[in-house]
Design a protein around this ligand. Structure first.
Ligand SMILES: Cc1cc2nc3c(=O)[nH]c(=O)nc-3n(C[C@H](O)[C@H](O)[C@H](O)COP(=O)(O)O)c2cc1C
Length: 158
């Protein structure tokens, strides 16, 4: 199995999980970075990030190398933004048609409910088998043994 972890992370929680998954599965990683990164200020991140989701924006990404043909398993990670995936992921899904792959999704949120985010993901990825999903609450800040266990179980499904 050759796997890749593709993710966006504004404040490091999604990166924290992506790195653990990549280590566990010996997977490649691709960090998606908008050319113009969103602000990290307490209020400004919600204003600019929220607006970007609501308006369905697809921000331009710094160049990245991805060839779906190189992988049979594609793992995508995002922070939950306004109950959806973050706009850089939307750009990625627009730029890359993923078809016939084993797909796994993980999401980091402040509240723990990633169900709507996963629903939206699955609508976009309906030509693939979604083998596993994982939802964690701010895992870089709230480190728990349970999170490590959940990440391991997620990887074992792939
Ligand atoms: C613009 C924006 C919108 C957010 N919307 C939600 C939300 O709808 N539900 C939720 O539980 N957390 C929400 N959050 C919190 C993040 O999903 C959460 O803190 C996540 O762990 C951040 O991941 P990151 O550190 O990889 O950026 C939002 C954060 C931002 C910046």
């Amino acid at each position: 199995m050759k796997a890749v972890v593709i993710y966006y992370s504004l404040e490091g929680n999604t990166k924290f999980v992506a790195d653990k998954i990549a280590t566990y599965l010996k997977a490649d990683t691709i960090r998606l970075e908008p050319v113009k990164e969103y602000p990290k200020g307490k209020a400004s991140k919600y204003i600019w990030g929220g607006k970007s989701v609501v308006f369905g924006e697809t921000p331009k990404l710094s160049s990245y190398k991805f060839n779906a043909e190189n992988y049979d398993t594609i793992i995508i990670g995002t922070p939950v933004w306004a109950s959806s995936y973050a706009p850089p992921i939307k750009t990625f899904l627009k730029e890359n048609k993923i078809c016939g792959k084993k797909v796994a999704l993980f999401a980091c949120s402040a509240g723990g409910d990633a169900s709507k985010c996963f629903q939206k993901f699955e609508q976009e990825l309906d030509k693939n088998e979604v083998a596993a999903t994982l939802s964690l609450i701010d895992p870089k800040v709230k480190v728990t043994v349970q999170n490590d266990q959940d990440i391991k179980e997620f990887c074992q499904k792939l």
